[in-house]
Design a protein around this ligand. Sequence first.
Ligand code: NDP
Ligand SMILES: O=C1O[C@H](COP(=O)(O)O)[C@@H](O)[C@H](O)[C@H]1O
Length: 514
Amino acid sequence: MRESKQPFVMVLFGATGDLAKRKLFPALYALVRDGLIHEQFAVVGVGRSEMDTADFRQMVQEAIRENSRLSIQEGQQWQNFINSIDYVAIDVTKSDTYGKLKTVVDGREKLMDGSSNRLFYLSLAPELFGTVATNLRLGGLTQNQGWKRLIIEKPFGKDLESAQALNEVISQSFKEEEVYRIDHYLGKEMVQNIEILRFTNMLFEPVWNNRYIDNVQITASETLGVEDRASYYEHSGALRDMVQNHMLQMLMMVCMEPPSKFETEAIRDEKVKVLRSLRRYGEDEVSQYVVRGQYSAGQMKNQPVLGYRDEPNVAPDSDTETFVAAKLFVNNFRWSGVPFFIRTGKRMPKKTTEIVIQFKEVPTLNNFHHGGNIGPNLLVININPSEGMTLYLNAKKPGTDDEVVTIAMDFCNNCEIEGGSPEAYERLINDAIHGDSTFFTRWDEVSLAWKFVDPIRRAWDKNLVPLHEYQAGTWGPKAVNYLLSEDNTQWWYVNEKEAFTLPAQMQDGVFSRR
Ligand SMILES: NC(=O)C1=CN([C@@H]2O[C@H](COP(=O)(O)OP(=O)(O)OC[C@H]3O[C@@H](n4cnc5c(N)ncnc54)[C@H](OP(=O)(O)O)[C@@H]3O)[C@@H](O)[C@H]2O)C=CC1
Ligand SMILES: O=C1O[C@H](COP(=O)(O)O)[C@@H](O)[C@H](O)[C@H]1O
Protein backbone atom coordinates (compact mmCIF):
# COMPACT_ATOMS: atom_id res chain seq x y z
CA MET A 1 0.00 0.00 0.00
CA ARG A 2 1.34 3.41 -0.90
CA GLU A 3 1.45 5.99 1.86
CA SER A 4 0.64 9.65 1.32
CA LYS A 5 3.52 12.12 0.93
CA GLN A 6 5.43 12.74 4.15
CA PRO A 7 8.54 14.75 5.04
CA PHE A 8 11.70 12.63 5.16
CA VAL A 9 15.49 12.66 5.20
CA MET A 10 17.35 10.36 2.84
CA VAL A 11 20.86 9.39 3.93
CA LEU A 12 22.70 8.32 0.80
CA PHE A 13 25.83 6.27 1.52
CA GLY A 14 28.15 6.19 -1.49
CA ALA A 15 26.99 9.63 -2.61
CA THR A 16 30.21 10.35 -4.50
CA GLY A 17 30.09 7.01 -6.36
CA ASP A 18 29.22 6.03 -9.90
CA LEU A 19 25.68 4.82 -9.24
CA ALA A 20 24.76 7.92 -7.23
CA LYS A 21 25.97 10.21 -10.00
CA ARG A 22 24.57 8.29 -12.96
CA LYS A 23 21.25 7.12 -11.53
CA LEU A 24 20.32 8.16 -8.01
CA PHE A 25 20.63 11.95 -8.09
CA PRO A 26 18.98 12.15 -11.53
CA ALA A 27 16.15 9.99 -10.17
CA LEU A 28 15.69 12.22 -7.12
CA TYR A 29 15.59 15.31 -9.28
CA ALA A 30 12.98 13.74 -11.58
CA LEU A 31 10.81 12.94 -8.54
CA VAL A 32 11.04 16.54 -7.39
CA ARG A 33 10.31 17.91 -10.84
CA ASP A 34 7.27 15.69 -11.17
CA GLY A 35 6.06 16.78 -7.71
CA LEU A 36 5.99 13.17 -6.49
CA ILE A 37 7.62 13.64 -3.10
CA HIS A 38 6.89 15.89 -0.13
CA GLU A 39 8.29 19.40 -0.38
CA GLN A 40 9.97 18.99 2.99
CA PHE A 41 12.77 16.57 2.35
CA ALA A 42 16.55 16.49 2.58
CA VAL A 43 19.34 14.34 1.20
CA VAL A 44 22.43 13.82 3.31
CA GLY A 45 25.16 12.43 1.08
CA VAL A 46 27.86 10.33 2.72
CA GLY A 47 31.26 9.53 1.21
CA ARG A 48 34.89 9.28 2.19
CA SER A 49 36.17 12.11 0.01
CA GLU A 50 36.73 15.36 1.88
CA MET A 51 34.68 18.17 0.36
CA ASP A 52 32.35 20.86 1.60
CA THR A 53 28.65 21.01 0.92
CA ALA A 54 29.04 23.66 -1.79
CA ASP A 55 31.45 21.45 -3.77
CA PHE A 56 29.21 18.46 -3.27
CA ARG A 57 26.19 20.37 -4.58
CA GLN A 58 28.25 21.37 -7.58
CA MET A 59 29.09 17.69 -8.18
CA VAL A 60 25.41 16.77 -7.92
CA GLN A 61 24.43 19.49 -10.38
CA GLU A 62 26.98 18.26 -12.92
CA ALA A 63 25.88 14.67 -12.43
CA ILE A 64 22.27 15.61 -13.11
CA ARG A 65 23.21 17.72 -16.11
CA GLU A 66 25.13 14.80 -17.61
CA ASN A 67 22.86 11.92 -16.74
CA SER A 68 19.29 13.05 -16.22
CA ARG A 69 16.57 12.31 -18.75
CA LEU A 70 15.17 15.74 -17.81
CA SER A 71 17.02 18.99 -18.28
CA ILE A 72 17.54 21.19 -15.24
CA GLN A 73 14.94 23.93 -15.01
CA GLU A 74 16.49 26.83 -13.13
CA GLY A 75 14.06 28.47 -10.70
CA GLN A 76 12.64 28.09 -7.22
CA GLN A 77 12.08 24.35 -7.51
CA TRP A 78 15.71 23.71 -8.52
CA GLN A 79 16.99 25.99 -5.74
CA ASN A 80 14.89 24.16 -3.16
CA PHE A 81 16.19 20.86 -4.47
CA ILE A 82 19.86 21.77 -4.42
CA ASN A 83 19.57 23.48 -1.03
CA SER A 84 18.05 20.33 0.41
CA ILE A 85 21.34 18.49 -0.11
CA ASP A 86 24.10 18.19 2.52
CA TYR A 87 27.33 16.23 2.57
CA VAL A 88 29.13 14.45 5.38
CA ALA A 89 32.58 12.88 4.91
CA ILE A 90 33.07 9.88 7.20
CA ASP A 91 34.59 6.44 7.09
CA VAL A 92 31.50 4.28 7.44
CA THR A 93 33.45 1.41 8.96
CA LYS A 94 34.14 3.51 12.07
CA SER A 95 31.17 3.56 14.39
CA ASP A 96 32.41 6.63 16.29
CA THR A 97 31.99 8.81 13.19
CA TYR A 98 28.22 8.39 13.06
CA GLY A 99 27.67 11.14 15.65
CA LYS A 100 28.70 13.65 12.99
CA LEU A 101 26.15 12.21 10.60
CA LYS A 102 23.42 12.19 13.24
CA THR A 103 23.98 15.85 14.00
CA VAL A 104 23.34 16.78 10.36
CA VAL A 105 20.27 14.52 10.09
CA ASP A 106 18.80 15.86 13.38
CA GLY A 107 19.46 19.41 12.18
CA ARG A 108 17.52 18.82 8.98
CA GLU A 109 14.63 17.22 10.83
CA LYS A 110 14.31 20.23 13.17
CA LEU A 111 13.40 22.23 10.06
CA MET A 112 10.65 19.74 9.20
CA ASP A 113 8.17 20.51 11.97
CA GLY A 114 9.75 17.83 14.13
CA SER A 115 8.85 14.91 11.87
CA SER A 116 11.51 12.20 11.66
CA ASN A 117 11.24 9.72 8.80
CA ARG A 118 14.53 8.24 7.59
CA LEU A 119 15.45 6.49 4.38
CA PHE A 120 18.95 5.01 4.36
CA TYR A 121 20.30 4.09 0.93
CA LEU A 122 23.38 1.83 0.83
CA SER A 123 25.02 2.50 -2.53
CA LEU A 124 28.29 1.09 -1.28
CA ALA A 125 30.50 -1.90 -1.92
CA PRO A 126 28.50 -4.94 -0.73
CA GLU A 127 31.07 -5.84 1.96
CA LEU A 128 30.02 -2.65 3.77
CA PHE A 129 26.26 -3.33 3.88
CA GLY A 130 26.24 -5.21 7.19
CA THR A 131 28.70 -2.88 8.91
CA VAL A 132 26.70 0.20 8.02
CA ALA A 133 23.38 -1.32 9.09
CA THR A 134 24.94 -2.11 12.48
CA ASN A 135 26.67 1.24 12.85
CA LEU A 136 23.46 3.10 12.10
CA ARG A 137 21.94 1.39 15.13
CA LEU A 138 24.97 1.86 17.36
CA GLY A 139 25.17 5.50 16.31
CA GLY A 140 21.54 6.10 17.37
CA LEU A 141 20.28 6.83 13.86
CA THR A 142 17.67 4.07 13.80
CA GLN A 143 15.96 5.14 17.04
CA ASN A 144 13.89 7.88 15.40
CA GLN A 145 10.21 8.59 16.04
CA GLY A 146 8.87 8.11 12.52
CA TRP A 147 9.48 5.37 9.98
CA LYS A 148 12.92 4.09 9.00
CA ARG A 149 13.76 2.18 5.83
CA LEU A 150 16.91 0.68 4.40
CA ILE A 151 17.46 0.40 0.64
CA ILE A 152 20.24 -2.04 -0.18
CA GLU A 153 21.97 -2.26 -3.51
CA LYS A 154 22.91 -5.53 -5.12
CA PRO A 155 24.47 -8.02 -4.83
CA PHE A 156 22.91 -9.35 -1.64
CA GLY A 157 25.64 -11.84 -0.72
CA LYS A 158 27.74 -13.93 -3.08
CA ASP A 159 26.08 -17.25 -2.24
CA LEU A 160 23.40 -18.55 0.10
CA GLU A 161 25.70 -18.71 3.12
CA SER A 162 27.00 -15.15 2.83
CA ALA A 163 23.50 -13.85 2.04
CA GLN A 164 22.15 -15.55 5.18
CA ALA A 165 24.93 -14.06 7.29
CA LEU A 166 24.25 -10.59 5.87
CA ASN A 167 20.55 -10.94 6.42
CA GLU A 168 21.15 -11.95 10.02
CA VAL A 169 23.27 -8.86 10.66
CA ILE A 170 20.77 -6.53 9.02
CA SER A 171 17.86 -8.04 10.90
CA GLN A 172 19.45 -6.90 14.17
CA SER A 173 18.91 -3.29 13.12
CA PHE A 174 15.97 -3.38 10.68
CA LYS A 175 12.81 -5.48 10.47
CA GLU A 176 12.21 -7.37 7.22
CA GLU A 177 9.44 -4.93 6.23
CA GLU A 178 11.91 -2.06 6.63
CA VAL A 179 14.42 -3.62 4.23
CA TYR A 180 14.16 -2.73 0.54
CA ARG A 181 16.52 -4.93 -1.50
CA ILE A 182 16.80 -3.32 -4.87
CA ASP A 183 16.70 -5.14 -8.18
CA HIS A 184 16.46 -2.34 -10.69
CA TYR A 185 14.89 -4.60 -13.33
CA LEU A 186 11.77 -4.61 -11.16
CA GLY A 187 11.57 -0.86 -11.63
CA LYS A 188 11.53 -1.09 -15.42
CA GLU A 189 8.22 -0.05 -16.94
CA MET A 190 7.75 -3.12 -19.11
CA VAL A 191 8.72 -5.56 -16.37
CA GLN A 192 5.97 -4.03 -14.25
CA ASN A 193 3.67 -4.11 -17.25
CA ILE A 194 3.88 -7.92 -17.52
CA GLU A 195 1.48 -8.29 -14.60
CA ILE A 196 -0.99 -5.87 -16.13
CA LEU A 197 -0.78 -7.45 -19.59
CA ARG A 198 -1.32 -10.90 -18.17
CA PHE A 199 -3.95 -10.28 -15.58
CA THR A 200 -6.11 -7.66 -17.24
CA ASN A 201 -6.42 -9.16 -20.74
CA MET A 202 -8.74 -12.08 -21.33
CA LEU A 203 -6.84 -12.57 -24.57
CA PHE A 204 -3.70 -13.74 -22.81
CA GLU A 205 -4.52 -15.36 -19.51
CA PRO A 206 -6.42 -18.42 -20.84
CA VAL A 207 -3.50 -19.35 -23.11
CA TRP A 208 -0.71 -18.51 -20.65
CA ASN A 209 0.19 -22.09 -19.83
CA ASN A 210 1.76 -25.31 -21.07
CA ARG A 211 -1.20 -26.18 -23.28
CA TYR A 212 -0.59 -23.20 -25.57
CA ILE A 213 2.95 -21.98 -24.93
CA ASP A 214 5.77 -23.87 -26.58
CA ASN A 215 8.72 -22.11 -24.98
CA VAL A 216 9.79 -18.78 -23.53
CA GLN A 217 13.05 -16.97 -24.26
CA ILE A 218 14.45 -14.25 -22.02
CA THR A 219 17.42 -12.28 -23.34
CA ALA A 220 19.42 -9.53 -21.64
CA SER A 221 22.31 -8.69 -23.93
CA GLU A 222 24.77 -5.86 -23.48
CA THR A 223 27.23 -4.26 -25.87
CA LEU A 224 29.42 -3.02 -23.02
CA GLY A 225 32.30 -5.08 -21.76
CA VAL A 226 33.43 -5.15 -18.16
CA GLU A 227 34.51 -1.47 -18.35
CA ASP A 228 36.17 -0.38 -15.09
CA ARG A 229 34.28 -2.82 -12.87
CA ALA A 230 36.68 -5.77 -13.00
CA SER A 231 37.37 -5.71 -9.26
CA TYR A 232 33.68 -6.47 -8.70
CA TYR A 233 32.97 -8.52 -11.82
CA GLU A 234 35.88 -10.91 -11.42
CA HIS A 235 34.17 -12.22 -8.25
CA SER A 236 30.69 -12.09 -9.64
CA GLY A 237 30.56 -13.07 -13.31
CA ALA A 238 27.33 -13.06 -15.27
CA LEU A 239 25.71 -15.75 -13.13
CA ARG A 240 25.78 -13.73 -9.93
CA ASP A 241 25.60 -10.35 -11.63
CA MET A 242 22.57 -10.97 -13.86
CA VAL A 243 21.06 -14.44 -13.48
CA GLN A 244 20.66 -14.68 -9.68
CA ASN A 245 18.66 -11.46 -9.70
CA HIS A 246 17.44 -9.81 -12.91
CA MET A 247 16.91 -12.91 -15.07
CA LEU A 248 15.10 -14.82 -12.34
CA GLN A 249 12.98 -11.78 -11.54
CA MET A 250 11.80 -11.62 -15.14
CA LEU A 251 11.09 -15.35 -15.05
CA MET A 252 8.98 -14.88 -11.93
CA MET A 253 6.96 -12.09 -13.51
CA VAL A 254 6.18 -14.27 -16.54
CA CYS A 255 5.33 -17.37 -14.53
CA MET A 256 3.59 -16.21 -11.35
CA GLU A 257 -0.05 -17.06 -10.68
CA PRO A 258 -2.55 -14.21 -10.33
CA PRO A 259 -2.25 -12.90 -6.78
CA SER A 260 -5.29 -13.11 -4.52
CA LYS A 261 -5.12 -9.31 -4.19
CA PHE A 262 -3.02 -6.71 -5.95
CA GLU A 263 -1.17 -6.12 -2.71
CA THR A 264 2.51 -6.31 -1.89
CA GLU A 265 2.73 -9.55 0.05
CA ALA A 266 0.19 -11.36 -2.12
CA ILE A 267 2.24 -10.51 -5.22
CA ARG A 268 5.53 -11.46 -3.58
CA ASP A 269 4.01 -14.74 -2.36
CA GLU A 270 3.15 -15.71 -5.92
CA LYS A 271 6.62 -14.80 -7.15
CA VAL A 272 8.25 -16.91 -4.47
CA LYS A 273 6.13 -19.91 -5.46
CA VAL A 274 7.72 -19.77 -8.92
CA LEU A 275 11.19 -20.07 -7.40
CA ARG A 276 10.01 -22.93 -5.24
CA SER A 277 8.88 -24.73 -8.41
CA LEU A 278 12.05 -23.93 -10.35
CA ARG A 279 13.91 -27.15 -11.04
CA ARG A 280 17.32 -27.02 -9.34
CA TYR A 281 20.15 -28.70 -11.13
CA GLY A 282 22.57 -30.96 -9.34
CA GLU A 283 26.23 -30.27 -10.02
CA ASP A 284 26.35 -33.26 -12.37
CA GLU A 285 23.43 -31.92 -14.46
CA VAL A 286 24.76 -28.42 -14.97
CA SER A 287 26.60 -29.14 -18.21
CA GLN A 288 23.36 -30.39 -19.73
CA TYR A 289 21.32 -27.29 -18.99
CA VAL A 290 23.68 -24.35 -18.53
CA VAL A 291 26.30 -22.90 -20.89
CA ARG A 292 28.95 -20.41 -19.82
CA GLY A 293 31.14 -18.27 -22.05
CA GLN A 294 33.75 -15.54 -21.98
CA TYR A 295 34.33 -12.96 -24.71
CA SER A 296 37.56 -12.93 -26.66
CA ALA A 297 38.83 -10.05 -28.80
CA GLY A 298 36.44 -9.05 -31.55
CA GLN A 299 34.72 -6.10 -33.14
CA MET A 300 31.99 -3.79 -31.95
CA LYS A 301 30.59 -1.40 -34.56
CA ASN A 302 33.58 -2.20 -36.78
CA GLN A 303 36.05 -1.22 -34.08
CA PRO A 304 38.40 -3.77 -32.53
CA VAL A 305 37.81 -4.46 -28.84
CA LEU A 306 39.82 -6.38 -26.27
CA GLY A 307 39.06 -9.84 -25.05
CA TYR A 308 37.92 -10.12 -21.43
CA ARG A 309 41.27 -11.42 -20.19
CA ASP A 310 43.03 -8.35 -21.60
CA GLU A 311 40.70 -5.87 -19.93
CA PRO A 312 42.16 -3.69 -17.15
CA ASN A 313 42.44 -5.47 -13.78
CA VAL A 314 41.30 -8.83 -15.15
CA ALA A 315 43.52 -11.83 -14.41
CA PRO A 316 45.18 -13.07 -17.64
CA ASP A 317 43.90 -16.58 -16.91
CA SER A 318 40.53 -15.48 -15.54
CA ASP A 319 37.73 -18.02 -15.86
CA THR A 320 35.01 -15.51 -15.03
CA GLU A 321 32.01 -15.98 -17.29
CA THR A 322 30.71 -12.97 -19.21
CA PHE A 323 27.88 -14.98 -20.79
CA VAL A 324 25.37 -17.47 -19.43
CA ALA A 325 22.57 -19.30 -21.18
CA ALA A 326 20.38 -21.90 -19.57
CA LYS A 327 17.31 -24.02 -20.07
CA LEU A 328 15.04 -23.81 -17.04
CA PHE A 329 11.90 -25.61 -16.01
CA VAL A 330 9.19 -24.42 -13.67
CA ASN A 331 7.70 -27.63 -12.40
CA ASN A 332 4.17 -26.69 -11.53
CA PHE A 333 0.75 -27.36 -12.97
CA ARG A 334 0.81 -24.38 -15.31
CA TRP A 335 4.33 -24.70 -16.68
CA SER A 336 5.29 -28.35 -16.54
CA GLY A 337 7.13 -29.29 -19.74
CA VAL A 338 7.68 -25.75 -21.05
CA PRO A 339 11.37 -24.87 -21.47
CA PHE A 340 12.43 -21.37 -20.46
CA PHE A 341 15.60 -20.33 -22.25
CA ILE A 342 17.54 -17.50 -20.71
CA ARG A 343 20.70 -15.82 -21.97
CA THR A 344 22.68 -12.84 -20.86
CA GLY A 345 26.09 -11.60 -21.85
CA LYS A 346 28.46 -8.71 -22.28
CA ARG A 347 29.96 -7.61 -25.61
CA MET A 348 27.07 -8.88 -27.65
CA PRO A 349 25.95 -7.21 -30.90
CA LYS A 350 23.02 -5.31 -29.41
CA LYS A 351 21.87 -3.90 -26.10
CA THR A 352 18.46 -5.38 -25.56
CA THR A 353 16.32 -6.93 -22.90
CA GLU A 354 13.31 -8.83 -24.21
CA ILE A 355 11.03 -11.72 -23.51
CA VAL A 356 9.68 -13.85 -26.36
CA ILE A 357 6.68 -16.04 -25.69
CA GLN A 358 6.43 -18.62 -28.46
CA PHE A 359 3.00 -20.21 -28.77
CA LYS A 360 2.40 -23.71 -30.06
CA GLU A 361 1.61 -24.18 -33.72
CA VAL A 362 -1.93 -24.72 -34.91
CA PRO A 363 -2.83 -28.37 -35.52
CA THR A 364 -3.88 -27.79 -39.15
CA LEU A 365 -0.52 -26.29 -40.04
CA ASN A 366 0.37 -28.56 -42.94
CA ASN A 367 -2.84 -28.89 -44.89
CA PHE A 368 -4.54 -25.55 -44.27
CA HIS A 369 -2.75 -23.21 -46.64
CA HIS A 370 -1.33 -23.32 -50.12
CA GLY A 371 1.38 -20.67 -50.12
CA GLY A 372 3.52 -18.58 -47.79
CA ASN A 373 4.63 -19.68 -44.38
CA ILE A 374 2.71 -20.14 -41.22
CA GLY A 375 4.83 -19.32 -38.22
CA PRO A 376 4.07 -19.73 -34.56
CA ASN A 377 2.43 -16.80 -32.82
CA LEU A 378 4.97 -14.84 -30.86
CA LEU A 379 4.49 -12.24 -28.19
CA VAL A 380 7.64 -10.18 -27.83
CA ILE A 381 7.90 -7.97 -24.76
CA ASN A 382 10.59 -5.32 -25.26
CA ILE A 383 11.93 -4.16 -21.95
CA ASN A 384 14.99 -2.14 -22.77
CA PRO A 385 15.99 0.12 -24.51
CA SER A 386 12.83 0.13 -26.62
CA GLU A 387 9.78 -0.47 -24.47
CA GLY A 388 6.68 -2.09 -25.78
CA MET A 389 5.46 -5.30 -27.28
CA THR A 390 4.80 -6.89 -30.61
CA LEU A 391 2.37 -9.67 -31.35
CA TYR A 392 3.20 -11.73 -34.42
CA LEU A 393 0.19 -13.31 -36.08
CA ASN A 394 -0.59 -15.08 -39.34
CA ALA A 395 -2.89 -13.42 -41.86
CA LYS A 396 -3.87 -13.66 -45.51
CA LYS A 397 -1.57 -11.78 -47.82
CA PRO A 398 -3.64 -9.06 -49.48
CA GLY A 399 -4.48 -9.86 -53.10
CA THR A 400 -3.94 -13.60 -52.80
CA ASP A 401 -6.47 -16.33 -52.26
CA ASP A 402 -5.01 -17.96 -49.21
CA GLU A 403 -1.34 -17.14 -49.03
CA VAL A 404 -0.37 -16.70 -45.42
CA VAL A 405 2.01 -14.05 -44.15
CA THR A 406 3.18 -13.01 -40.74
CA ILE A 407 1.96 -9.66 -39.51
CA ALA A 408 3.33 -7.73 -36.57
CA MET A 409 1.13 -5.67 -34.26
CA ASP A 410 3.26 -3.18 -32.42
CA PHE A 411 2.80 -1.19 -29.27
CA CYS A 412 5.45 1.31 -28.22
CA ASN A 413 5.44 2.24 -24.56
CA ASN A 414 8.02 5.01 -24.52
CA CYS A 415 7.75 6.61 -27.96
CA GLU A 416 5.61 9.53 -26.97
CA ILE A 417 6.90 10.40 -23.51
CA GLU A 418 9.13 13.47 -23.44
CA GLY A 419 12.60 12.44 -22.31
CA GLY A 420 11.56 8.75 -22.30
CA SER A 421 9.64 6.94 -19.61
CA PRO A 422 10.76 7.21 -15.98
CA GLU A 423 13.96 5.39 -15.10
CA ALA A 424 13.77 2.26 -12.96
CA TYR A 425 15.47 4.06 -10.06
CA GLU A 426 12.88 6.84 -10.08
CA ARG A 427 10.10 4.36 -9.65
CA LEU A 428 11.87 2.33 -6.98
CA ILE A 429 13.08 5.25 -4.85
CA ASN A 430 9.61 6.73 -5.00
CA ASP A 431 8.12 3.38 -3.92
CA ALA A 432 10.49 3.14 -0.95
CA ILE A 433 9.73 6.71 0.11
CA HIS A 434 6.04 5.81 0.09
CA GLY A 435 6.45 2.48 1.87
CA ASP A 436 5.62 0.27 -1.11
CA SER A 437 7.95 -2.72 -1.26
CA THR A 438 6.11 -4.66 -3.97
CA PHE A 439 8.93 -4.30 -6.48
CA PHE A 440 11.74 -5.02 -4.05
CA THR A 441 12.98 -8.51 -3.30
CA ARG A 442 11.89 -10.24 -0.13
CA TRP A 443 14.40 -12.35 1.78
CA ASP A 444 12.84 -15.68 0.75
CA GLU A 445 13.16 -14.72 -2.93
CA VAL A 446 16.83 -13.91 -2.46
CA SER A 447 17.59 -17.11 -0.61
CA LEU A 448 15.74 -19.33 -3.12
CA ALA A 449 17.54 -17.63 -6.00
CA TRP A 450 20.89 -18.46 -4.37
CA LYS A 451 19.76 -22.05 -3.83
CA PHE A 452 19.24 -22.33 -7.58
CA VAL A 453 22.49 -20.59 -8.52
CA ASP A 454 24.92 -22.09 -5.99
CA PRO A 455 25.17 -25.63 -7.46
CA ILE A 456 25.82 -24.14 -10.89
CA ARG A 457 28.63 -22.05 -9.48
CA ARG A 458 30.05 -25.09 -7.67
CA ALA A 459 30.02 -27.19 -10.83
CA TRP A 460 31.93 -24.44 -12.60
CA ASP A 461 34.40 -24.03 -9.76
CA LYS A 462 35.08 -27.76 -9.98
CA ASN A 463 35.58 -27.38 -13.74
CA LEU A 464 32.82 -29.86 -14.53
CA VAL A 465 31.63 -27.62 -17.37
CA PRO A 466 33.69 -26.05 -20.16
CA LEU A 467 34.09 -22.29 -20.38
CA HIS A 468 33.38 -21.50 -24.04
CA GLU A 469 34.92 -18.59 -25.84
CA TYR A 470 32.86 -16.24 -28.01
CA GLN A 471 34.12 -13.36 -30.07
CA ALA A 472 33.15 -9.92 -28.84
CA GLY A 473 30.33 -8.68 -31.06
CA THR A 474 28.64 -12.08 -31.48
CA TRP A 475 25.65 -13.70 -29.81
CA GLY A 476 27.65 -15.92 -27.49
CA PRO A 477 29.24 -19.35 -27.85
CA LYS A 478 27.86 -21.64 -30.55
CA ALA A 479 27.57 -24.36 -27.90
CA VAL A 480 24.46 -22.61 -26.65
CA ASN A 481 22.41 -23.77 -29.61
CA TYR A 482 22.19 -27.34 -28.38
CA LEU A 483 20.07 -26.14 -25.47
CA LEU A 484 17.38 -25.18 -27.97
CA SER A 485 17.83 -27.68 -30.76
CA GLU A 486 16.76 -30.49 -28.44
CA ASP A 487 13.41 -28.75 -28.28
CA ASN A 488 13.34 -28.15 -32.00
CA THR A 489 13.45 -24.40 -31.65
CA GLN A 490 15.92 -21.55 -32.13
CA TRP A 491 16.69 -18.17 -30.62
CA TRP A 492 14.49 -15.49 -32.07
CA TYR A 493 17.08 -13.06 -33.26
CA VAL A 494 17.55 -9.43 -32.60
CA ASN A 495 19.46 -7.36 -35.14
CA GLU A 496 21.11 -3.96 -35.32
CA LYS A 497 18.28 -2.07 -36.98
CA GLU A 498 15.18 -3.35 -35.32
CA ALA A 499 14.39 -4.47 -31.85
CA PHE A 500 13.41 -7.86 -33.14
CA THR A 501 13.72 -9.82 -36.38
CA LEU A 502 11.91 -12.86 -37.55
CA PRO A 503 13.96 -15.79 -38.74
CA ALA A 504 14.52 -16.05 -42.47
CA GLN A 505 11.62 -18.33 -43.29
CA MET A 506 9.16 -15.87 -41.80
CA GLN A 507 10.63 -12.64 -43.10
CA ASP A 508 9.42 -12.63 -46.69
CA GLY A 509 5.83 -12.02 -46.00
CA VAL A 510 6.07 -9.71 -43.02
CA PHE A 511 4.30 -6.42 -43.26
CA SER A 512 4.20 -4.40 -40.14
CA ARG A 513 2.47 -1.34 -38.78
CA ARG A 514 5.81 -0.07 -37.57
N1 NDP B 1 27.57 1.48 -10.80
C1 NDP B 1 26.61 0.72 -11.31
O1 NDP B 1 26.29 0.78 -12.50
C2 NDP B 1 25.87 -0.23 -10.44
C3 NDP B 1 26.17 -0.34 -9.09
N2 NDP B 1 25.44 -1.20 -8.31
C4 NDP B 1 25.77 -1.33 -6.89
O2 NDP B 1 25.77 -0.04 -6.27
C5 NDP B 1 26.72 0.01 -5.23
C6 NDP B 1 27.65 1.20 -5.47
O3 NDP B 1 28.32 1.03 -6.68
P1 NDP B 1 29.17 2.20 -7.37
O4 NDP B 1 28.52 3.51 -7.19
O5 NDP B 1 29.45 1.72 -8.74
O6 NDP B 1 30.52 2.17 -6.52
P2 NDP B 1 31.69 3.24 -6.52
O7 NDP B 1 32.94 2.50 -6.22
O8 NDP B 1 31.64 4.13 -7.70
O9 NDP B 1 31.34 4.17 -5.25
C7 NDP B 1 31.52 3.70 -3.93
C8 NDP B 1 31.06 4.76 -2.97
O10 NDP B 1 31.26 4.27 -1.65
C9 NDP B 1 32.00 5.23 -0.90
N3 NDP B 1 32.82 4.54 0.09
C10 NDP B 1 33.64 3.50 -0.12
N4 NDP B 1 34.22 3.12 1.05
C11 NDP B 1 33.77 3.97 2.00
C12 NDP B 1 34.00 4.11 3.37
N5 NDP B 1 34.79 3.29 4.04
N6 NDP B 1 33.35 5.10 4.03
C13 NDP B 1 32.53 5.94 3.37
N7 NDP B 1 32.25 5.84 2.06
C14 NDP B 1 32.87 4.88 1.38
C15 NDP B 1 32.84 5.95 -1.92
O11 NDP B 1 33.22 7.19 -1.40
P3 NDP B 1 34.54 7.97 -1.95
O12 NDP B 1 34.47 7.88 -3.45
O13 NDP B 1 34.33 9.35 -1.46
O14 NDP B 1 35.71 7.26 -1.40
C16 NDP B 1 31.83 6.07 -3.05
O15 NDP B 1 30.94 7.13 -2.80
C17 NDP B 1 27.41 -1.35 -5.23
O16 NDP B 1 26.77 -2.18 -4.31
C18 NDP B 1 27.16 -1.87 -6.64
O17 NDP B 1 27.19 -3.28 -6.68
C19 NDP B 1 24.39 -1.91 -8.81
C20 NDP B 1 24.05 -1.84 -10.13
C21 NDP B 1 24.77 -1.03 -11.07
O1 LIG C 1 22.84 -4.86 -12.43
C1 LIG C 1 23.45 -4.78 -13.48
O2 LIG C 1 22.79 -4.43 -14.58
C2 LIG C 1 23.47 -3.86 -15.68
C3 LIG C 1 22.50 -3.91 -16.86
O3 LIG C 1 21.38 -3.12 -16.54
P1 LIG C 1 20.48 -2.45 -17.67
O4 LIG C 1 19.41 -1.75 -16.94
O5 LIG C 1 21.39 -1.53 -18.44
O6 LIG C 1 19.99 -3.57 -18.53
C4 LIG C 1 24.74 -4.60 -15.99
O7 LIG C 1 25.48 -3.88 -16.95
C5 LIG C 1 25.58 -4.71 -14.75
O8 LIG C 1 26.72 -5.52 -15.02
C6 LIG C 1 24.79 -5.31 -13.62
O9 LIG C 1 25.54 -5.18 -12.40
